[in-house]
Design a protein. Structure first.
Length: 306
């Protein structure tokens, strides 16, 4: 598979603060790639450098094998970057904004693509009003449409669903998944980890300007040896504390519900103990680790020593 974007030894400091340190990433064409990290990890700085809005101190970035500095205009056409910050010219309507943006890429009549975007992002009935009259979530959708007017091969979404309601979030993901199925490369930053878990093939976790891990979503989740077992009993069970002393557990509903955290290897031992309880089990639910567990373990949110 061809490389969509390659970051090689990218560094960026703001005064004494090293926002990015030796970033190396290789994103393949057609991937749905997640760029995750806590606030201040350096995600927007990296995207800013990619989009030519921030100057890197050193390193190289190529888009479809072309250096982004030496081939600025060409690589810009391959990228559709949806920034985190919302800014529009207030004098133009939604449709005009999209037509003007098309003009920047030399596209004269782009009405078919603009209609497709207005429909996909549920902005059809807002086409002839100005950005000032749009709600926050609608402005964000216009920002997404604006980044896609030139039908770029690589789509970078920096926190696209912040402030967007659930229904539109779902329709937005449906559209983005459709674009991904057509072969477009998608790079997503989000603080909604369940969203990244549902959508991304591969994920890079950034923390304090460094890439702390890059792997497939499956490998990342499987690296956490954890099962959470929730059991509901018909009646109260006695001596829970002493019987479950080897496990991490919480008791609720006056002893009728328990939640136990266990390593996979101890699941059998746990179920054997539960089987000996005098109370009847009415419900049992076993959850595996989530991307959130990986994120907490690998970033400073979990107190990891990076
Ligand atoms: N223009 C700037 N001048 C000085 N420091 C900056 C500038 N832009 C970003 N920073 C700092 O660089 C670091 C990385 O910021 P960045 O916005 O890239 O993080 P992020 O991962 O996108 O965070 P968030 O999830 O909050 O959007 C932060 O410590 C931030 O304060």
């Amino acid at each position: 598979m061809q490389t969509a974007i390659k970051f090689e030894n990218v560094n960026k400091s703001y005064g004494k603060l090293q926002a990015l340190a030796e970033i190396n990433l290789n994103i393949k064409q057609g991937e749905f790639f997640g760029l995750l990290g806590p606030n201040g990890a350096g995600k927007s700085t990296l995207i800013g450098i990619l989009g030519g809005l921030v100057n890197k101190d050193s390193g190289q970035i190529t888009v479809l094998d072309k250096d982004i500095i030496a081939n600025y205009r060409e690589t810009k056409k391959s990228l559709g970057i949806v920034p985190q910050e919302i800014t529009f010219d207030p004098y133009f309507t939604v449709r005009e904004t999209l037509a003007i943006q098309s003009g920047y890429f030399g596209i004269k009549d782009n009405s078919d693509k603009i209609d497709e975007l207005l429909q996909a992002l549920s902005l059809e009935d807002k086409a002839d009003i100005g950005p000032r009259q749009l709600s926050g979530g609608m402005k964000r959708r216009l920002l997404i449409a604006k980044a896609l007017v030139h039908d770029p091969e690589i789509i970078v979404l920096d926190e696209p669903t912040a402030g967007v309601d659930v229904e539109l979030r779902n329709s937005l993901w449906e559209y983005v998944l459709q674009l991904n199925e057509q072969g477009k490369t998608i790079i997503l930053t989000t603080h909604y980890l369940e969203e990244a878990e549902a959508l991304c093939d591969r994920i890079a976790i950034l923390d304090q300007g460094r890439v702390v891990k890059v792997d497939s979503k499956e490998n990342l989740i499987n690296s956490i040896d954890k099962k959470v077992v929730q059991i509901k009993f018909a009646t109260q069970t006695s001596q829970l504390e002493s019987r479950l002393a080897d496990f991490d557990f919480k008791i609720a509903a006056a002893g009728k519900e328990i939640e136990i955290e266990t390593a996979k290897a101890d699941l059998n031992k746990l179920l054997k103990i539960v089987n000996k309880f005098e109370a009847e089990v009415v419900d049992i639910n076993i959850e595996s680790a989530k991307l959130e567990d990986v994120f907490i373990k690998l970033t400073n949110l979990g107190g990891a020593d990076n």
